[in-house]
Design a protein. Structure first.
Length: 282
């Protein structure tokens, strides 16, 4: 009898049964690993959200309506918001526009940052970078950060707020090039060079530079605030009053008549490219 027509022997059937059982075990183990990873991620999200929500104060949701301090593009691509002459304290805001915890922080204390800068009590330096390392989050983050780096300083803070208002849900593809251009145009940015910059990813080197700089600064998750280079605690991330207290304790502030803001330029961001990997808590 040919090999093709031969009935499988008991030994053959046993081997096949064992192979199928082993495959089921492997699939079960793989599923457990995936579920375990999802559980860890869920816990991380809960921890961050709780940290940002444990204050009894109601979220401000960008309720500051006063005049903003001037915004200036700095040589490293960051954007400084401060009254002329205010060089300290410096509040560095390391953020990723795709990060939900960053959006939560912005809704709770973003208005306080604007108010303190307008009062001449602090120099706020926004430092968007790419935190996420897996798609679609990574690409969303890169497109938004590139567009922000393309945005002229005079419209930057309003565009910053718009990006958070339009943040796509985690796992969804968002921050499309078309939307990023349209949002800028609605804010009054009519110069076609902005649209060209967004569509051509012309500031990706700046985004990479900011990501590398975040790594050197010890930023391992977002949101991350630093006052004069020292990481700010979770209380200040969640509470306007705690943030005001931290800024006051850092000292400095108060505009100096006749002086000008230092280390800023009216042009685009600096050059240079570097990449890093950072684990997200958001």
């Amino acid at each position: 009898m040919s090999e093709q027509g031969r009935e499988p022997s008991a030994r053959d059937r046993l081997a096949e049964d064992r192979a199928r059982a082993a495959a089921r075990v492997r699939r079960r183990r793989a599923l457990l690993v995936v579920l375990g990873a999802l559980a860890v991620a869920a816990v991380a999200v809960v921890v961050v959200v709780v940290a940002l929500s444990r204050s009894g104060e109601e979220p401000l949701r960008n309720s500051y309506k006063g005049a903003l301090a001037p915004a200036t593009r700095q040589q490293d691509g960051s954007v400084a918001m401060a009254q002329p002459g205010v060089a300290s304290p410096v509040l560095d805001v390391w953020e990723d526009f795709q990060c939900p915890a960053c959006k939560a922080m912005e809704e709770r204390v973003g208005a306080t940052m604007k108010e303190l800068a307008a009062q001449g009590k602090v120099k706020v330096v926004y430092r968007p970078f790419q935190l996420f390392q897996q798609d679609p989050l990574m690409s969303n983050s890169r497109r938004a950060a590139n567009a922000a780096a393309c945005m002229p300083a005079g419209h930057w803070v309003a565009y910053h707020d718009k990006l958070y208002a339009e943040q796509p849900p985690e796992g969804d593809t968002g921050f499309s090039t078309r939307d990023l251009v349209a949002w800028g145009e609605r804010l009054g940015v009519a110069d076609p060079s902005f649209a060209d910059c967004v569509r051509g990813d012309q500031q990706i080197k700046t985004v990479n530079q900011a990501s590398a700089q975040a790594g050197r600064a010890g930023v391992d998750a977002t949101p991350y605030l630093a006052l004069n280079g020292k990481k700010v605690g979770n209380d200040a991330l969640a509470s306007p009053s705690e943030l005001r207290k931290a800024v006051a304790e850092a000292g400095g502030g108060a505009p100096v008549p006749g002086s000008t803001q230092s280390s800023g330029t009216a042009g685009g961001a600096g050059a240079g490219a570097a990449k890093m990997t950072i684990s997200s808590r958001s």
